[in-house]
Write a protein that binds this ligand. Structure first.
Ligand code: S3P
Length: 443
């Protein structure tokens, strides 16, 4: 599908974006580990999460959709998954694939896992290596890429793992394997990544404890083989999806947009902090607790923004938001330097290279220096646009360039825009409801 975004004026309106992708994957997987029925409301019904649901069904878990965003999962207990009769296809989802490997590590059978062209190119050694130390065996393509065979064991060993990256996927995969091992497993990461796994498993009755060191490193401990309680999950709206209307409104003077019910867990809100530093007015209203997470309505008032220096230490809390931030930066007054973005190279696409190339094609002045992305803003003047960008199987690239099209002189077209369905079904009508002009080419 090819979409075209044309220049818009101020954006205005109230909207709610779909459920959080991280929490949606986890609510399905963790429900599968409890004995009995869990219910989920507000589940993101995007392709990534549906791939996780299908994989769990192949592993013997009964899962049913009972209404819009409402799902019921009959869990089989920790260690209770069954050998799948077919390949597990995780689609585009790194979270689905890596967390599932953690689960499979504790089961004494072999599964074959694959994914789409993007997922098959992403590094899996970051989870396979520690899980192998716990006793699981992996045979992947060269570079430990998918498709891969995973053979787990009932006798998984606990592990004390020092992760080289701040990655919630790595942390969660090991914690999930640790649930299946006897004794205590610990993971230390250099900086805290999103903590949904810890919060949700603790809520279900697992013994999970976290402590932050003076250098900002986070250590999480989990005790294996608990009996998890089935639960009711209410999935809040995804801040990484809210990022698109928020960023588009923030950079368009005169805009006034209210995004309701957004998860504002402090490990997810780096973009909102950065936009405020750039001069955007973003107010959190009606803060409340939903399903163990803090949510708020975000009121965004657009204006002229200035470039800022985004420190490396903020990256874990806004890792998926750099593509759209770089679009905003291209319109700001002055230079924005986003530091320490090595992890962007191993996302659904090489986001550092793809954003730099696409922004330059649209008329922005961009540099990549080591792992930093440097964008020299236009000071509010529209970029030229008038180009077609390939989404490269990456939903956030597709949505970022559609936001850019709304700010450019000439329309921007995005090839492969169906990638958006992995995380944000309804993106086009929601954005158009605010005043965006996104249409399908050739429809
Ligand atoms: C996610 C963690 C992040 C993020 C991804 C979702 C998760 O990846 O980019 O979209 O749900 O755990 P990393 O763990 O690789 O940083």
């Amino acid at each position: 599908m090819q979409l075209r975004a044309a220049r818009t004026g101020a954006l205005e309106g109230t909207l709610r974006v779909p459920g959080d992708k991280s929490i949606s994957h986890r609510s399905l997987m963790f429900s599968a580990l409890a004995v009995g029925e869990s219910r989920i409301e507000g589940l993101l019904e995007g392709e990534d999460v549906l791939a996780t649901a299908h994989a769990l069904q192949k592993l013997g878990v009964e899962i049913a959709r009972t209404g819009e965003g409402a799902w019921s999962v009959h869990g089989v207990g920790v260690g209770g998954l069954a050998e799948p009769a077919d390949v597990l296809d995780m689609g585009n989802a790194g979270t689905g694939a890596r967390l599932m490997m953690g689960l499979l590590a504790g089961h004494p059978f072999t599964s074959i896992m694959t994914g789409d062209g993007s997922l098959r190119s992403r590094p899996m050694a970051r989870v396979m290596a520690p899980l192998a130390r716990m006793g699981a065996a992996f045979t992947g393509r060269s570079g430990q890429r998918l498709p891969a065979a995973i053979t787990g064991t009932r006798d998984l060993l606990p592990l004390a793992y020092q992760s080289p990256v701040a990655s919630a996927q790595v942390k969660s995969a090991i914690l999930l394997a640790g649930l299946h091992a006897k004794g205590e497993t610990t993971v230390t990461e250099p900086l805290a990544s999103r903590d949904h796994t810890e919060r949700m498993l603790a809520h279900m009755g697992a013994a999970v404890a976290s402590e932050t060191g003076p250098d900002g490193a986070l250590t999480v401990r989990i005790t294996g083989r608990p009996e998890l309680r089935p639960s009711s999950f209410l999935v809040p709206s995804d801040p990484s999806s809210a990022a698109f209307p928020v960023a588009a409104a923030a950079v368009t003077p005169g805009s006034r947009v209210l995004v309701q019910g957004v998860c504002v867990n402090p490990l997810r809100t780096g973009l909102f902090i950065t936009l405020r530093e750039m001069g955007a007015v973003i107010t959190e209203q009606n803060q409340r607790s939903v399903g163990g997470e803090v949510v708020a309505d975000l009121l965004v008032e657009g204006g002229e923004l200035r470039g800022v220096d985004v420190p490396e230490g903020r990256a874990p809390s806004m890792i998926d938001e750099y593509p759209v931030l770089s679009v905003v930066a291209s319109l700001a007054r002055g230079t924005t330097r986003m530091r320490g973005l090595a992890e962007l190279r191993v996302k659904e696409s090489d986001r550092l290279a793809v954003m730099a190339e696409g922004l330059a094609a649209c008329g922005a002045t961009v540099e990549v220096e080591n792992d930093d992305l440097i964008v020299h803003g236009s000071g509010g003047s529209a970029l030229a646009g008038g180009v077609t960008v390939d989404a490269r199987l990456d939903h956030r690239i597709a949505m970022s360039f559609l936001v850019l099209g709304g700010l450019a002189d000439q329309p921007v077209e995005v090839l492969g825009a169906e990638a958006i369905l992995t995380s944000f079904p309804g993106f086009v009508p929601l954005m158009n409801g605010l005043g965006a002009r996104i249409t399908e080419v050739g429809a």
